[in-house]
Ligand binder design. Structure first.
Ligand code: SF4
Ligand code: SF4
Length: 343
């Protein structure tokens, strides 16, 4: 049964990056070489269209190091009327002329939204003038929607950033400004690059269901995941397949059918983790290398650290048993599957 809806496919196009931020959860940097095959990504654009998925996202690393490849992918998506968005640290916007040139080429290729990474972690590598150049170029010469993307930590708050630059962003572009904020997570390079005191960990465990799903993600090393986390765990709990060996359609279908995803959407990581404890599910993988803090920051670090200890097969078998006893969840599964068919 296919019960999990998919709103977009995300490609972590490359691990290469001009910057080497201390908080980078993907361990990206100038020496990294992992990158997806552009032809394979372009071919999968046709599959995304046939699957009737409306959005495609590109992150990294800094994927605009490979500008020609990225514009080819964006153009292929534009032909199929797929909406595209991407994240960039705007290293390319070092002066107004260059910023305009790149912004125009992205616009021509059909990009709809550019998320500009612009917190103080990034600004150790990218001057603030780049952000202004990119923002102005997008606003003045293109129809691409700019979005400012921040990572928060204790000393680097959004308020401090806005206060510092409010004259520019709030007075000039306040009405249109879109801001995306994410918490600093204790994964990747942040494990060693950031003092523990900087993480906003909380006393209470987040018992919510996961509302971030719907975007299966292909990583630059070709492993594909149910979301953009879990790259650092040995377990296959979060893995959907290998983009080298499987078609995108197979990967998306594996997501749609995943009982693990279904329970994450409707019950959340805390429920699944407690159920696994109740069933004495074998912890086949250690996530202790990721355990930096005594408490958790939010849903995602709780989810990866706890559920990343189990295998996908064991979790699925446990959830199949659970579903067979739970009439309410059976009804919900049928309802979700029906909704999917209608779409
Ligand atoms: S956080 Fe972004 S800009 Fe910084 S190293 Fe990682 S991918 Fe590059
Ligand atoms: S890590 Fe868990 S909680 Fe976070 S987005 Fe992925 S599935 Fe959801």
């Amino acid at each position: 049964m296919q019960f999990n809806p998919v709103s977009s496919v995300q490609f972590v196009y490359t691990q290469k990056c001009n910057a080497h931020c201390s908080h980078c959860i993907n361990n990206c940097g100038p020496e990294e070489t992992a990158k997806l095959n552009p032809k394979k990504v372009i071919d999968s654009v046709n599959e995304i269209s046939e699957l009737k998925i409306k959005d495609l996202g590109i992150t990294g690393g800094e994927s605009l190091i490979f500008l020609d490849e990225i514009t080819a992918i964006l153009s292929a998506a534009k032909k199929k009327k797929i909406r595209t968005s991407m994240v960039s640290n705007v290293f390319w916007a070092s002066d107004e002329k260059k910023a305009k040139e790149i912004a125009l080429s992205l616009d021509k290729a059909g990009l709809k939204e550019l998320d500009i990474s612009c917190d103080s972690f990034h600004m150790q590598f990218i001057p603030f003038s780049n952000i202004i150049n990119a923002f102005n170029a997008l606003e003045n010469y293109t129809s691409i929607k700019p979005c400012l993307r921040f990572t928060l930590s204790k000393s680097k708050s959004l308020e401090a950033f806005i206060l510092k630059f409010k004259d520019y962003f709030l007075n000039k572009k306040g009405n249109k400004l879109k801001i995306f904020v994410q918490e600093l997570l204790p994964f990747g390079r942040a494990q060693t690059g950031i003092p523990k005191s900087e993480f906003n960990s909380k006393k209470q465990i987040n018992k919510n269901k996961c509302v971030f799903l719907g975007n299966p993600t292909v990583n630059s090393d070709n492993r594909s995941f149910i979301c953009c986390n879990g790259f650092d765990v040995e377990s296959n709990a979060f893995v959907l397949g290998d983009f080298n060996k499987s078609s995108l359609t197979e990967i998306v279908n594996s997501y749609k059918k995943s009982l693990f995803v279904f329970y994450l959407r409707h019950k959340g990581p805390y429920f699944i983790s407690k159920l696994a404890e109740k069933h004495n599910l074998e912890k086949k993988f250690s996530t202790s290398h990721l355990k930096l803090l005594d408490k958790y920051i939010g849903l995602c670090d709780y989810c990866v650290l706890n559920l990343g200890q189990y295998s996908r097969e064991d979790l699925t078998a446990m959830l199949e048993k659970e579903l067979s006893k739970d009439k309410k969840m059976q009804k919900l599964a049928k309802k979700d599957a029906l909704k999917k068919k209608k779409k």
